[in-house]
Design a protein around this ligand. Structure first.
Ligand code: SF4
Length: 252
């Protein structure tokens, strides 16, 4: 449990970010930590299986004012270890860099960043303040158009390679994860090719795709891999690539 009290600083620290949603406590989204979750609005992808479709478009009226967020953190910081910054896609909000620094200065909390990894400049700027980075690697760059990407495959590959380089050898814990949505991740060969974009030291989680709560009808009707199939794929992927930090999240 985090026990630091509010730090005194020479200049007053004002935690100022208006978020699209806030959850006071999670025991599962920041491994090994009790954390609050801060949701950001907007995303540069439209993954058919996304469970956060309500965050694609958030009007100013729906934002939680910065003062309200600050009050929540003032109230909770002694009872949590950290904050998860998730989306939507946080990298659409460059002001989060200053917010993360303010959170560190004012509360000394740990920060976990969830991102799709398509904005390496944002990740570079956030790295001094984050303790855990979770990158959603969706599929092969050539298939990102199926997830609504506006950029071409070459640009997607370049950005993901840069993100990989940035996250290689950092002190922050690094997790990559792939939602096993069959229309874009169809088997072990695809996964093995995707590993080119994953730092060797990172954990890779294969996450079971859960059709319910997907925002698109296409995904709601799609089949999902069974846990036993995912287990076989993870074992085969380990054998093929020699990587042993490959795990499952089956949510069952
Ligand atoms: S990148 Fe994440 S938030 Fe954006 S559409 Fe895909 S799953 Fe949803």
């Amino acid at each position: 449990m985090h026990t630091a009290t509010v730090m005194s600083t020479a200049a007053p620290v004002t935690v100022s970010f208006s978020c699209a949603g806030f959850q006071g406590t999670t025991l599962i989204d920041f491994p090994g930590r009790i954390a609050s979750i801060l949701f950001t609005g907007g995303c540069n992808l439209r993954c058919p299986y996304c469970h956060n479709g309500a965050l694609f478009t958030v009007s100013d009226d729906d934002l939680m004012p910065a003062e309200a967020l600050r009050e929540e953190l003032d109230k909770r910081h002694d009872f949590i270890d950290g904050i998860v910054i998730t989306g939507g896609e946080p990298s659409l909000h460059p002001e989060l860099v200053a917010f993360a620094r303010e959170v560190k200065d004012r509360y000394g909390l740990e920060i976990k960043l969830d991102t799709n990894g398509l904005d390496p400049a944002f990740i570079r700027a956030m790295l001094p303040y984050v303790d855990y980075v979770a990158v959603d690697l969706k599929t092969l760059p050539e298939r990102y158009y199926l997830l609504g990407a506006q950029a071409g495959a070459g640009s997607i590959r370049e950005r993901l390679r840069e993100t990989k380089m940035l996250l290689t050898g950092v002190t922050a814990r690094v997790e990559y994860r792939t939602t096993m949505y069959p229309p874009v991740v169809d088997g072990v060969e695809t996964l093995a090719a995707m590993l080119e974009l994953v730092p060797p030291s990172a954990d890779l989680y294969l996450q079971r795709f859960i059709p319910r709560n997907a925002w698109s009808e296409e995904a709601q009707k799609s089949a999902s891999f069974e846990p036993a199939e995912l287990e076989a794929m993870a074992l085969e992927l380990r054998r093929l690539t020699g990587r042993d930090r490959i795990y499952l999240r089956t949510y069952s």
